[in-house]
Write a protein that binds this ligand. Structure first.
Ligand code: IMP
Length: 426
């Protein structure tokens, strides 16, 4: 049977609207697999008047016939996941039997949060601007081979407690010298045991589940969290998250082999945003002011106002190459509705030269200045459009030009938060 696996991931710095696109695409899916990241992500889905913000649970959970897996490449804060499950249950969304947690996923423990927050404080002006959720330290422990995995939640209470106590003792030993808060082992054990009781029935061999779904020809979406330029290898290092947000990460995170992937949907905004520190060549305070004034572009996980800027074709062209994007889903087109002129960055100027590729070093990246091509704005609402032909001509010109510049075809266009405000190109 031919595998039917689609990767859906972000082509910018996260917050591209993946939650909404995944929710729409899940109408034609059997499984949604979350590949990496943790509850640093915030995927917002609006269904009618209801608004859902998902952090760890794949967006497919909002479609009752879709099964979901938090795969081994993710890092899971047990108490955070329980809170999310309880929130969904309260809103009559069934998770038992539909949501699965890979035993291979690593756990985010309270001391990881203490390290994350303490390290950020110490970095001062050079801080990364993390979400403070302990993601980096959890992935560090995984790489250092001292992490705890979700499967360990099924251990007898005494053994689980012993393993947690050992990790907390090591943390507390280093805490004073590093400027981290010390953690109570007893409180940690209590918190994790409570969460373990809820999560045990969700535990599964994530790789086996994914492979069974692939082998039986199920329609699978692999959900990427964050975005290409937050990828620890390919992003604006060190201003990145600690996982692989690119297409390769979707495969390692789920255990689904590259040969099973038949489609890669790159989600991107019609402009650019980023949260936290790091270079942002097209950042524009006036655009940010305008979008924030419209009530847009506030983080769904931390509530922070996002930094805003113009569309950066240099960046997205690189993301298209890195991920092997087969089609794009462009969101937030309506954010540009009121503008008379819309610049698009087509090159970076650095030391008197123009580059079409981004630099490697974050310090060089920070010195790049944008070379713009300016498009005429359409100055009318796009939110009511339901077909490509219903978009203003200038909006179509803008989108088609972007697709040509970055080298990937347009697939889906989104002109608002609602499920119905979505249509295919052409
Ligand atoms: P961390 O993932 O919390 O370690 O944060 C590292 C960087 O990634 C910071 O700049 C965060 O703002 C950013 N980040 C992490 N998760 C997301 C997300 O879901 N959307 C946008 N930015 C994110």
């Amino acid at each position: 049977m031919k595998p039917r696996v689609t990767i859906v991931l972000g082509l910018q710095w996260g917050d591209e609207g993946k939650g909404k696109i995944l929710d729409v695409m899940a109408a034609e899916a059997d499984w949604v697999l979350r590949a990496q990241g943790g509850n640093n992500a915030g995927h917002t889905v609006e269904i009618g008047k209801e608004k859902y913000v998902l952090h760890l649970v794949p967006s497919g959970i909002l479609r009752s016939d879709v099964s979901c897996l938090i795969a081994g490449g993710a890092v899971v804060d047990p108490a955070g996941l329980v809170k999310e499950i309880e929130g969904l249950t309260k809103r009559k969304i069934r998770t038992r039997g539909r949501l699965h947690l890979a035993a291979q996923a690593h756990l985010v423990l309270p001391h990881h949060r203490a390290v994350d927050q303490g390290s950020e404080k110490r970095r001062g002006h050079g801080k990364i601007g993390t979400t403070g959720r302990g993601i980096g330290p959890a992935y560090s422990d995984k790489a250092a081979r001292v992490g705890l995995r979700a499967g360990e939640l099924a251990l007898p209470t005494k053994e689980l407690g012993r393993r947690i106590r050992e990790r907390v003792a090591a943390h507390n030993h280093a805490a004073s010298a590093q400027g981290w808060d010390k953690i109570s082992a007893t409180r940690t054990i209590r918190e994790i045991e409570r969460a373990a009781r809820v999560l045990r029935p969700y535990l599964a061999d994530g790789v086996m589940l994914a492979h069974q779904a692939v082998a039986s020809g199920k329609r699978i979406l692999i959900e990427g969290a964050q975005g290409t330029f937050l990828d620890v290898d390919h992003g604006t290092y060190p201003f990145v998250t600690s996982s692989h947000c690119t297409a390769g990460g979707a495969c390692t995170g789920t255990g689904v082999p590259p040969t099973a992937i038949h489609r890669v949907v790159g989600v991107l905004k019609a402009y650019t945003t980023r949260v936290g520190g790091g270079p942002f060549v097209t950042e524009d305070g006036t655009l940010g002011h305008l979008l924030h004034g419209m009530g847009r572009e506030f983080g769904s996980t931390t509530g922070r106002a996002r930094r805003c800027g113009w569309f950066d074709a240099v960046l997205v062209r690189r993301a298209v190459q890195l991920n092997g994007v087969t089609e794009m889903a462009i969101t937030n087109l309506d954010g540009l509705d009121g503008l008379e002129k819309i610049p698009v960055c087509v090159g970076y100027r650095l030391n008197g030269k123009i580059f079409r590729e981004p630099p490697v070093e974050a310090s060089a990246w920070a010195k790049c200045r944008p070379v713009y091509r300016v498009f005429e704005g359409w100055c009318e609402p796009t939110t009511e459009a339901r077909h490509w032909k219903q978009l203003p001509r200038k909006a179509r010109t803008y989108l088609s030009a972007i697709a040509e510049m970055v080298g990937a075809p347009l697939g889906i266009i989104s002109v608002g938060a609602g499920r119905d405000q979505t249509f295919r190109h052409g």
